[in-house]
Ligand binder design. Structure first.
Ligand code: OSB
Ligand code: MG
Length: 386
């Protein structure tokens, strides 16, 4: 018998690791990536409906503690057993089931939880974006530029991004590659295009006077300058800077977002659904920030076209008011793993796919088979014959 309309009943999860070389290495203050190792999942329900999902954990534990290998372990050992063969009334029920007596591993949990939202949207015959409560049909797009050897090399990339139509340019910075680089880019691109910097926790409060120099460049925001789990020192820094602080790493759930608002640790939130444990948590943060007058935007983790579909759907919610790190496929890859590939229009916007149920892109399974390095099939235990 088919399941009742809203019910979720996942009985098979296939994990795959694929490797996709980036067109150009991506360097942040804590490390560099040249080839992504990407964990893709297929979730199948008891009626045979299927969706693809992506785990955004990186290769190294330099952004957060998780990696593709810890996520693989967490999904096979603890997450899949809590989901496979169980019935959930709605996708919102996944998060409590995955949080009970189970600390950490947000990216691993998010991959499965978000897949369940997509499965529910597919079953309901709705595009994921609408199913989540999204209202926007086009999302302003920004680019995140990795740390370069010289201000000139960075300026070249920023000018190319402006010419391509991007609506926001984000510069990765670190001590030794900061004020001079930002100054050069701002001088080259002019005062009108939104510019920001992201330090990925490369500074401490003792750098406050140094960071105050960034106030001269009219930055839309400075992202995560201090400790990856800090809120108190960011509040102190925010009192000293005119530039709004945006938190990324420090916001791991809605409680951290509430504490940020209480303490004044930042004025903008970057929501990455993987970092916060999935869509239920992302929506809670979105709603809290909307009610507090805090704009949010959607960050990226160098996702393939699969993960990008989930980010674009989330970014269609109404309080995503600033351009997201949602660059088109061709910025990252010679060829993406989805059809159609993600593109950006001349106004620097990505179009939310609203034509079909689910995530809105088709995964090229032959290509995935060619790229697969390892895979594992997780199935629900067979129900006892009664
Ligand atoms: O801090 O936003 C970040 C990539 C890897 C790890 C951390 C970050 C990033 C990005 C990439 O900025 C943005 C993108 O996916 O285009
Ligand atoms: Mg960041």
């Amino acid at each position: 018998m088919p399941e009742a309309a809203g019910t979720l009943h996942v009985n098979r999860i296939v994990l795959r690791e694929i490797r996709l070389p980036l067109k150009e290495p991506f360097r942040i203050s804590s490390g560099v990536v040249t080839e992504r190792r990407i964990l893709l999942l297929q979730l199948q329900d008891a009626d045979g409906a299927e969706v693809w999902a992506e785990c955004v954990a990186g290769e190294q534990p330099n952004y957060s503690a998780e990696t593709i290998d810890t996520a693989w372990h967490a999904i096979t050992t603890w997450i899949a057993p809590r989901v496979l063969g169980r019935r959930f009334d709605a996708p919102g029920a996944l998060r409590p089931a995955l949080e009970r007596d189970f600390r950490g591993h947000p990216m691993a949990k998010a991959a499965v939880e978000m897949g369940c939202w997509a499965l529910a949207a597919t079953r309901a015959g709705e595009p994921l974006a609408r199913f989540l409560g999204g209202t926007q049909s086009r999302i302003l797009t920004g680019i995140s530029l990795g740390i370069q050897a010289t201000p000139d090399a960075l300026t070249d990339r920023a000018l190319a991004a402006r010419a391509a139509g991007y609506r926001k340019i984000k510069l990765k910075i670190q001590p030794g590659s900061d004020v001079e680089f930002v100054a050069a880019v701002r001088a080259a691109i002019g005062p009108h295009i939104a510019l920001m910097a992201d330090a990925n926790s490369a500074y401490t409060l003792t750098d406050a006077a140094h960071l105050e120099q960034l106030d001269a460049f009219g930055l839309t925001m400075l992202e995560q300058p201090l400790g990856r789990d800090d809120l108190v020192q960011h509040a102190e820094l925010q009192r000293r800077l005119a530039t709004p602080l945006c938190l990324d790493e420090s916001i791991t759930d809605v409680d951290r977002a509430r504490d940020m608002i209480t303490l004044g640790s930042g004025r903008i939130v970057n929501i990455k659904p993987g970092r916060v444990g999935g869509f239920a948590s992302s929506i809670a943060i979105h709603d809290l920030c909307r009610d507090a007058g805090i704009p949010v935007w959607c960050g990226g983790m160098l996702e393939s076209g699969v993960g990008r579909a989930y980010n674009v759907a989330l970014a269609s919610l109404p309080n995503f008011l600033l351009p997201g790190d949602l660059s088109p496929s061709a910025r990252y890859w010679e060829r993406d793993v989805v059809t159609p590939e993600w593109t950006m229009d001349a106004q620097g916007q990505v179009t939310v796919p609203l034509e079909q149920p689910g995530i809105g892109v088709t995964v090229d399974t032959n290509r995935i088979d060619d790229l697969t390095q390892r895979h594992e099939v997780l199935a629900a235990p067979r129900p006892a014959l009664t």
